[in-house]
Design a protein around this ligand. Structure first.
Ligand code: MLT
Length: 407
């Protein structure tokens, strides 16, 4: 008899954003005359930068000619993109990352989800609360947790992000082996200072742990004092893996391109105490399970590193940050405490009400979709996340409708 992976039965019925999409779909079907504005899932709305469009066209033309056609590419990505990433995202910020430490992929979600495969099944996990659900759910699926009791999985060390700590968790007293951090944070929009990241790197070094650092939103950092990469912190190369994405930087949510950095010096141990390079394990994993990101997509991604590409992507992130500023100002007028939105495209609003009730109120009275904070974890209760990804017009209309609904 075929049997299932019972770890899946520990999960809540559906993925957070699938659950929200189902509820919104039901509302839209029942209220066809009431157009809904989506400030829920962080999906971009503005067109791709022109440099990316041109690169896609010219790479597509190459695929149409026998002499320049390409089949399977390198699983880890084409050298032209790995080199551009190492130079622009790291060397120019003083971080020592070699091109062959950059693994190009089709999304940071997949990389964040898949990376846990290369670690032991019985390690001690430290996961923020609230958190991007992929980190937690993939570890539940892999059997690294006990059952969920009162909304928390047994065996997980939760790193609480609350108003009291400015939504940046302190290093815990207890040891952990695998630590997930995301800055600028999804969902809270909080950023971590150099001192806070240094504390985490030192904690990981003390505990022979690995930090999985999700920097998918680094392009939104405007405060020059805030690190863009964990590798700006001395010693991080020995304890951290970094994830980045072109989705929110260059509007690639539908195009799909991202990368993961695994320094060659990053080690972990087997049961016998023998040391292994995680770079080698991830290479083995990717070459076995992944056939690379499309050539045309990698060409489009590389185009953002040209001067014109840098200007165009900056204009794109500035545009969404302009939306974020409008949302922050509107929340202030409504007297709702709100963080994020200055170095991140997400705003974390402390509503003082049950998260799902507030979500329903905004949907039913304002036809605006947000994300209930409790969907990201227990500490998200009382909050909602508002995404700045939409047109200026839709954001303005949504804010007017929210003000009316809450009046
Ligand atoms: C979000 O809304 O949290 C993100 O869009 C999800 C993602 O990037 O997968």
């Amino acid at each position: 008899m075929i049997r299932i992976n019972e770890n899946y039965t520990k999960l809540t019925a559906s993925y957070l954003f699938a659950d929200i999409a189902r509820r919104v779909g039901a509302y839209v079907a029942a209220n066809p005359g009431k157009p809904v504005i989506r400030l829920g899932i962080g999906d971009v709305t503005e067109p791709l930068p022109q440099v990316c469009i041109e690169a896609l066209h010219s790479a597509t033309d190459e695929m149409g000619s026998r002499g320049t056609f390409r089949g399977y590419g390198p699983e880890q990505g084409y050298p032209f993109l790995r080199e551009a990433v190492a130079r622009h995202d790291y060397a120019e910020r003083g971080c020592a990352v070699e091109p062959d430490e950059v693994f190009i992929s089709d999304g940071a979600k997949c990389d964040c989800a898949n990376i846990q495969e290369i670690f032991s099944s019985d390690l001690r996990l430290a996961i923020p609360d609230p958190v991007y659900p992929v980190y937690l759910d993939t570890n539940v699926m892999a059997g690294r947790t006990g059952p969920s009791v009162d909304g928390r999985y047994k065996g997980v060390l939760y790193l609480e992000s609350t108003p009291a700590n400015g939504y940046v968790p302190d290093v815990p007293d207890a040891p952990a082996d695998l630590i997930y951090l995301c800055f600028p944070n999804n969902p809270t929009g909080a950023v971590a200072s150099r001192a806070q990241l240094t504390a985490w790197v030192e904690y990981a070094r003390r505990n022979k742990a690995v930090i999985l650092f999700d920097a998918a939103y680094e392009a939104y950092i405007r405060d020059p004092a805030i690190p863009h990469s964990i590798y700006e912190i001395p010693g991080a190369r020995d304890v951290a893996i970094e994830f980045r994405s072109f989705s929110k930087t260059a509007g690639f949510t539908g195009v799909r391109c991202a990368f993961t950095v695994i320094p060659r010096s990053l080690k972990a141990w087997d049961d016998a105490g023998k040391e292994h390079a995680l770079h080698a394990l991830w290479t083995r994993r990717q070459t076995t399970k992944f056939n690379g990101t499309a050539y045309v997509v990698q060409k489009a991604a590389a185009a953002i590193y040209t001067d014109a590409g840098q200007r165009q992507t900056r204009a794109l992130t500035d545009f969404y940050l302009g939306n974020a500023r409008l949302i922050r100002e509107a929340m202030a007028r409504l007297g709702l405490p709100c963080s994020g939105g200055d170095n991140a495209p997400y705003l974390w609003v402390n509503t003082g009400h049950d998260s799902w009730e507030f979500f329903d109120l905004l949907l039913n009275k304002a036809q605006v979709v947000c994300t209930p904070g409790v969907g990201f974890g227990r500490c998200g209760q009382g909050h909602v996340r508002i995404s700045a990804f939409n047109s200026r017009e839709n954001v303005a209309t949504a804010l007017e409708r929210i003000a009316e609904a809450l009046a």
